[in-house]
Ligand binder design. Structure first.
Ligand code: SF4
Length: 514
């Protein structure tokens, strides 16, 4: 990242927030009738990603697919650009007709300042995304039009209104949600070399589950909460992507069994390797996970969240209740699939022992990577409503809602213990000795090395990642990622030096989360 990039990041911070003058009629802002539009799509940097000294790799993994999806609804003669502030500078000395900004909770204030700037110079500003959907009244004064819910139906409707000079102030996605006939994502607007995983893809929307702490229900309120692309369209999109590696960003890739079965069947012979996410119960049910592995799945994000059944019950995470977590890890490892486990600290049954118990479990069960979170009551969720009723919300400073800060009053823990325990868990899980110990869990040398390189590459070489991000050459590392995600074959298993499955396992006791 160049110095000027940093200077510009900081200069946006120093922009004074301009007063909103409310919705304006876009006839003043439109180019002459039928002239092409100049449109700028912006993903403002998340607050936790704006350090002038440091760029963690996790903010440069994926391009902003949501914005590229909206750009697909433009006319061919429109002039569009996408600026992702996580990987490139945002300049403000231009004059687009239309500015579309994606708002998450920890970039909300930044997004509003950028929106205010563009409105002040006469651009028409649209705001949408998770945070706008949760708090439309907060976002509205900074926008000419706001969008709640998914944009596949509302954005084309808005464009039609805008071109005729009569846009509305609010577009809500309430009915008719579908991914049928969605035009191909404008990947030509994405700078592939800026990302480690340029081939990210989303083939479903939403999730069939209803966890209390999840944004999903609020975002999809008023319409379908889970739906898929047509399998043919998904396969065609995969076919268009160069290279081998894919990352499915779907909340729950196995959420619709028939869709997933057809997708994996269609991927046979494509020689793809991919990563994705799924729930505990879907991994244990039927043979979908075997089909996924056959189609090329090499790593999976799993929301274990907590080892305490009471926490699962309280947060309505029913798909994890009465499930054998050890069976999940065993099954995935037997298929050569690496695991990224997600855990939440600070739920109401958590006491000070939760940190060590969780880290020990994750290491002992051979999780390759772990993502820890401090429980965060996002506005619009049932968890937030409950915390508010109980008077436990300590701050509405959205910059702190990054799952690294304590923003509510925990039930048993105190806030300091929770924060310290969270920091400790990350340090402890990613110690060299813990990485080595977790990697020894696997039955083959190849799986052992893959685990070791993936986990250490992720957390132990952040300086190197920082350099690659600054040089905008992250995609040079993609072949290395593909190598680490290569398949573990039967012969690898046969060549295993140690058959750990025949040794008495410390995990022999069935561990049920009940
Ligand atoms: S399973 Fe995951 S994506 Fe689905 S509702 Fe629960 S937390 Fe949200």
């Amino acid at each position: 990242m160049s110095e000027s990039f940093m200077d510009r990041l900081i200069s946006i911070d120093s922009l004074s927030a301009l007063n909103s003058d409310g919705p304006r009629h876009c006839a003043q802002l439109l180019p002459p009738r039928n002239h092409p539009l100049k449109i700028k799509f912006i993903l403002p940097a998340l607050t936790e990603a704006t350090s002038p000294y440091w760029r963690p790799i996790k903010y440069s993994l994926f391009p902003p697919l949501g914005l590229a999806t909206l750009a697909a609804y433009l006319r061919p003669d429109d002039e569009a650009m996408i600026v992702d502030e996580h990987v490139e500078p945002l300049t403000l000395n231009d004059a687009p007709h239309l500015v579309v900004i994606q708002v998450y909770i920890t970039n909300a204030y930044r997004a509003y300042r950028i929106a205010d700037h563009y409105r002040a110079i006469g651009a028409f500003v649209c705001l949408g995304g998770l945070h706008v959907t949760s708090l439309p009244h907060e976002a509205a004064p900074h926008a000419d039009a706001i969008f709640t819910g998914p944009g596949e139906q509302t954005f084309p409707a808005f464009l039609a209104d805008f071109r005729t000079g009569s846009p509305r102030h609010i577009y809500s996605s309430n009915s008719g949600r579908t991914l049928e006939r969605v035009p191909p994502i404008r990947r030509d607007l994405i700078h592939r070399s800026y990302y480690l995983v340029p081939n990210s893809i989303v083939v479903t929307r939403g999730c069939p589950q209803h966890c209390d702490f999840c944004y999903k229900d609020a975002f999809f309120q008023g319409g379908r909460g889970f739906y898929t692309q047509r399998v043919d369209d998904a396969l065609a999109e995969i076919d268009r992507l160069p290279g081998r590696h894919l990352y499915f960003l779907d909340d729950h890739l196995l959420g619709d069994r028939r869709f997933a079965e057809s997708l994996f069947a269609g991927m046979h012979g494509m020689r793809r390797i991919f990563q994705g996410a799924a729930t505990v119960d879907s991994i244990l049910r039927g043979d979908l996970i075997e089909r996924a592995a056959e189609a090329g799945m090499r790593s999976i994000f799993v929301g274990f969240e907590t080892l305490a059944p009471e926490n699962l019950r309280r947060s309505n995470k029913r798909q994890n209740l009465n499930r054998d977590y050890k069976a999940v890890t065993d099954r995935l490892h037997s298929l050569g699939i690496m695991i990224n486990g997600s855990f939440v600290f600070g739920m109401d049954s958590d006491d000070p022992t939760v940190f060590r118990r969780t880290v020990d479990w994750a290491v002992e069960h051979g999780l390759t990577t772990a993502t820890f979170h401090i429980q965060t009551p996002y506005p619009g969720t049932r968890l937030h409503a409950q915390m508010q009723r109980e008077g436990r919300i300590m701050t509405n400073n959205w910059d702190l809602y990054d799952t690294r800060h304590v923003v509510y009053r925990p039930a048993i823990l105190d806030a300091e213990t929770l924060k310290e325990g969270y920091d400790w868990a990350y340090r402890e899980f990613y110690r060299w000795s813990a990485i080595a110990r977790a990697s020894l869990h696997h039955g083959t040398l190849k799986h052992h090395f893959k685990h070791f390189f993936y986990a250490s590459g992720w957390k132990k070489f952040e300086r190197l990642w920082d350099l690659m991000i600054r040089a905008r050459r992250l995609n040079r590392m993609t072949p290395m990622l593909e190598a680490v995600l290569s398949r573990i074959t039967r012969s690898d298993r046969a060549a295993s030096l140690t058959d750990i499955t025949s040794a008495p396992s410390p995990d022999a006791t069935p561990e049920r989360i009940a």
